[in-house]
Design a protein around this ligand. Structure first.
Ligand code: IPE
Ligand code: IPE
Ligand code: MG
Length: 232
């Protein structure tokens, strides 16, 4: 049978579940929102590091899940405002580091002003080619796969792995390495399809404390792993 998994062992696509902002703040007697603010700063450092990495092409970051709407409205509203502020501030970083900005997830449910900010940032960075940073916003894998299958059917195509793959929000590549911070060891509805042959790394470091030095160390460990993709 034709297989759609890429056989490469090079690190091209890294994805991170940025978890632990709330606990970071709580452990300091601060509001959860302070953890999110610090977490946004860490995104800049990690993106800069990734843009300088010799083989990385894509960095996908889980920023807001389809389940995160269950949080108190005040926190959700804060996260949306923070995202808007982050994109406005980080345009400079995207330009300095030659990073293209993309999103996955159903952004139609975000406010129209935020959607506009997302579109203008995508437009302003579309020719950058050192790294693609993909923010997962209102993202859930089950939602993504369901939307993809519906697109296949709408276009009267046969439901095949290849056609589903094409209709996903990330037709770019399978994920080579998924890191989750904060000690939790689950995917929480993140990249279920794309992670079929990913390597996983869980660190107890809370996202606001995560550094390029730790990332460098994790990447070194990734290269020690033997990836056989079902072969020998
Ligand atoms: C991750 O940190 C950020 C988002 C999910 C938006 P959390 O907010 O989940 O932090 P913890 O897990 O409560 O510590
Ligand atoms: C996953 O973290 C989503 C993001 C990091 C954006 P959560 O904190 O929402 O996940 P659970 O509730 O621990 O599974
Ligand atoms: Mg969490």
């Amino acid at each position: 049978m034709q297989r759609s998994f890429s056989m490469k062992s090079e690190l091209e696509h890294l994805a991170i579940i940025m978890d632990g902002n709330g606990r970071w703040a709580k452990s300091r007697g601060l509001q959860r929102t302070k953890g999110h603010e610090k977490g946004a700063e860490v995104i800049r450092d990690i993106t800069e590091y990734c843009s300088n990495h010799p083989t990385l092409q894509t960095l996908t970051l889980y920023a807001f899940s389809t389940e995160n709407w269950k949080r108190p409205k005040l926190e959700v509203d804060f996260l949306m405002r923070l995202l808007d502020k982050y994109l406005a501030n980080e345009l400079e970083t995207y330009c300095k580091c030659n990073v293209r900005f993309e999103t996955i997830g159903d952004i139609n449910h975000l406010s129209s002003s935020l959607q506009k900010r997302i579109e203008t940032t995508k437009e302003a960075t579309k020719n950058h080619n050192k790294l693609t940073q993909i923010l997962a916003l209102n993202y859930g894998s089950r939602d993504e796969i369901t939307r993809a299958v519906n697109k296949v059917l709408d276009q009267n195509l046969v439901v095949t792995e290849e056609n589903i793959n094409k209709m996903l929000d990330t037709p770019y590549s399978d994920v080579d390495l998924i890191i989750r911070t904060s000690g939790e060891q689950r995917l929480s509805n993140f990249l279920l399809w794309q992670s079929s042959y990913s390597e996983f790394y869980f660190t107890s470091t809370l996202w606001p404390d995560f550094t390029p030095i730790e990332l460098d160390d994790i990447i070194a460990k990734f290269y020690d792993r033997d990836r056989t993709f079902g072969g020998l």
